[in-house]
Design a protein around this ligand. Structure first.
Ligand code: GLU
Length: 513
């Protein structure tokens, strides 16, 4: 079975590469130039210096004929995706243009005030404004002051929470911190009814989580550990530490000291916690710096279940990330968390440096940075940008409920492009044309795609009694139990029509579909 699967996979890659070669060869040319490949990569939103492509691109010398193109592109699924427009945002150019338009509109906003509780924040240029986007495939777009560094402040809280969970497990973390929005200010001197901090996204909760990280190590090693993790989450050169912010934070931290002592008074910390060292560690985490590009990459790793799109390394386990996104969703935006979840509908966290980190699960991380804050402490431009984005794109968690037709849903661009492909795939399956089905599949339409009635290629193959096609789709793991909108499955249709030879295929125990 596996051998057959590998054979089919290889055949599909071969088909895909052949189609790509034909598509990229212009005129009568029987070769593809390196420039043509670089241009396609550039359009796809993947940086040509992306570590995943570097070696492959380096190996292109001059023009590629069909054979050398095959050798090259069969080595990298990412390259094939870039060239065929099959990345998570297929039309990245149009998407970037829309983002630029929202950026320009938002840039006109002048309201807000920079945080002034420490001089290092009060002195930041209020006109700074950056937006960076990074998808789970590593497509990137940045505009404005995206190289300018700012400190994480409260946007480090999701990371601290993830690190604490990875260290001692979510269960243990939540013996010390709750799950509920506090309904109070982020640094309010208050605990929940169990005398624990309300959640990990406010100061008390983040201080508590800080106390759970590398408890046995000295403070210098703890700091190195956090820096190392931050550098794994994004381009390492985008992470640094701002010592003057740290010193100022520490000097003006009466409320955070008060919170820590209040929690200690209520036995909220694990036994023998050194609260001064814990506070120091928390101030250091708030004083780590990045830029909008780096923060968007961190968001992309969270959107990608904890795996960096660039190194493909798992940094946090997926349950850790799900927990973190759940609490960002309900508690991440200070006293605006409820309204943000209601109107925008995705997990986000903001900080007083003006950073807003938004995560659209399975799609992308977005960072909006502008130091002008509203009275609640969120970046004014950040919130407006998100509102506009949500107006233009279907990003809200519960959009499927309203069944609204996609506006400019980034994902729907892909759906729109492939809806024709899905119909062609299903039609070809009905005709029993395996060759055609393979071709369409190689162009990016999944074999188990469904049409508007919820019918798959397998439904059609059964309906038309295309036995070989049924066998092919079944062997390629198309689920015979998928229900269409009338509740019919390929299995039930085969049985209802007494297509014995098909019923037999489905009852075959050698197949694990
Ligand atoms: N370092 C700040 C504090 O603990 C973080 C404030 C914030 O970004 O919410 O008060």
């Amino acid at each position: 079975m596996n051998k057959q699967k590998t054979f089919i996979d290889n055949t599909l890659i071969e088909q895909e590469v052949k189609l790509l070669f034909d598509a990229l060869c212009t005129g009568d040319n029987s070769f593809i130039s390196k420039e043509c490949i670089l241009e396609a990569i550039n359009k796809s939103g993947i940086d040509k210096n992306d570590g995943r492509l570097k070696e492959i691109l380096h190996n292109i010398n001059g023009n590629l004929n069909q054979e050398s193109f095959y050798d090259l592109s069969s080595q990298s699924a990412l390259l094939r995706k870039c060239l065929s427009g099959n990345l998570v945002i297929p039309d990245f150019e149009s998407f970037s243009k829309n983002i630029l338009n929202i950026f320009k509109k938002t840039a006109k906003i002048k309201e807000g005030k920079v945080a002034d509780y420490i001089p290092q924040l009060a002195r930041v240029n209020p006109d700074y404004f950056a937006v960076s986007i990074c998808t789970i495939d590593g497509q990137e777009y940045s505009i404005g002051d995206y190289d300018q560094k700012f400190c994480f402040q409260s946007t480090c809280k999701p990371i601290i929470y993830c690190l604490a969970q990875e260290e001692v497990g979510a269960k243990k973390v939540h013996e010390h911190v709750g799950f509920e929005p506090s309904g109070l200010g982020f640094n309010e001197l208050s605990l929940d009814r169990n005398k624990k901090p309300h959640n990990p996204m406010i100061n008390a909760g983040a201080i508590m989580c800080s106390s759970l990280i590398k408890r046995k190590e000295n403070i210098a090693d703890k700091f190195d550990f956090v820096m190392q993790k931050m550098k794994e989450l994004c381009n390492p050169t985008d992470i640094s530490f701002n010592n003057s912010v740290y010193l100022s934070e520490r000097q003006t931290a009466d409320r955070n000291f008060a919170l820590a002592y209040y929690m200690r008074e209520n036995n909220a910390f694990p036994a023998s916690t050194d609260i001064l060292e814990t506070l120091d560690f928390y101030f250091q985490c708030c004083s780590i710096e990045t830029n909008a590009k780096g923060m968007a990459q961190i968001g992309a790793a969270l959107a990608n279940s904890g795996i960096s799109p660039f190194t493909e390394k798992r940094i946090f386990n997926n349950q850790t990330v799900q927990n973190c996104l759940s609490l960002m969703h309900t508690c991440g935006m200070y006293d605006y968390s409820g309204e943000f979840a209601f109107k925008i509908g995705v997990p986000a966290k903001s900080g007083v440096s003006g950073a807003l980190l938004m995560v659209i699960p399975d799609l992308m991380g977005i960072c909006i940075w502008s130091p002008l804050l509203d009275r609640i402490g969120n970046s004014v431009k950040g919130i407006e940008f998100c509102k506009d984005l949500a107006k233009q794109y279907n990003i809200h968690n519960f959009n499927s409920i309203t069944g609204e037709k996609p506006k400019k849903d980034p994902k729907s661009q892909r759906f729109d492009d492939t809806s024709k492909g899905v119909l062609a795939l299903i039609e070809a399956a009905g005709k029993g044309d395996i060759n055609e089905v393979q071709k369409i599949n190689a162009s990016g339409v999944p074999l188990d795609a469904v049409d508007y009635d919820g019918r798959t290629a397998l439904h059609l193959a059964v309906a038309e009694r295309q036995v070989e096609m049924v066998q092919f789709l079944f062997d390629n793991h198309v689920n015979p139990k998928t229900k269409d909108r009338w509740g019919h499955t390929p299995i039930s249709e085969a049985k209802d029509n007494s297509y014995k030879e098909i019923v037999e295929i489905f009852s075959s125990t050698t197949n694990d579909a």
